[in-house]
Design a protein around this ligand. Structure first.
Ligand code: GDP
Ligand code: MG
Length: 162
């Protein structure tokens, strides 16, 4: 958006992140947000909700044929889910790295799933896996007026001017 100085225009990639019900129940919202803030990324939207079945099924529609799909949808709809949009340079790929592999037992220590999870069906957090899925998921979970355009003052200390 034109609100950003030209030198941060390349830092406006966005991703959808959700702390799943296990992460919320275990009190991991604050620490998860802290990790993404610590990296230098900026929060664009945030809400706590109990997702509808329609929302959960459409979020995970590519997994509809999997044997665990029913359990996955029941789990996600049990809520609460902390749904967020984060912004910054390469945020989609970097958040996937910060989260770790799908199976927490294969994650490196230091990743969110590696530090806090054990079972694949209780892996704490979701992050979009590509530009197209990020766009789809942000639209699915948020109305456009819920996305906040702001100019974080830390940008000038996180990004080198180009
Ligand atoms: P992600 O992008 O790393 O979250 O992984 P996927 O998109 O492949 O799967 C979405 C979610 O479905 C995962 O985060 C897990 O919660 C769940 N899931 C994936 N594979 C399995 C599985 O083999 N068994 C079970 N129980 N859940 C799975
Ligand atoms: Mg996925």
């Amino acid at each position: 958006s034109s609100y950003f100085p030209s030198w941060v225009m390349h830092c406006t990639e966005r991703t959808f992140v959700a702390i799943k019900p296990d992460g919320v129940h275990r009190g991991l919202i604050g620490r998860t947000i802290a990790r993404l803030e610590d990296k230098g990324y900026s929060l664009v939207a945030l809400k706590l909700l109990k997702p509808s079945r329609t929302l959960a099924e459409s979020h995970y529609e590519s997994l509809r044929s999997k044997p665990f799909f029913g359990d996955l949808v029941s789990f996600i709809t049990s809520g609460p889910v902390c749904a967020m949009v984060w912004e910054g340079k390469d945020v989609i790929g970097q958040v996937r790295k910060l989260i770790g592999n799908t199976d927490p037992l294969t994650c490196a220590p230091g990743t969110i799933r590696g530090d806090f999870g054990i079972d694949i069906g209780r892996n704490i957090i979701h992050g979009s896996d590509s530009i197209s899925s990020a766009e789809r998921e942000i639209q699915l979970w948020f109305h456009s007026e819920e996305l906040v355009d702001w100019n974080p003052s830390l940008h000038e200390w996180v990004y080198e001017k180009v």
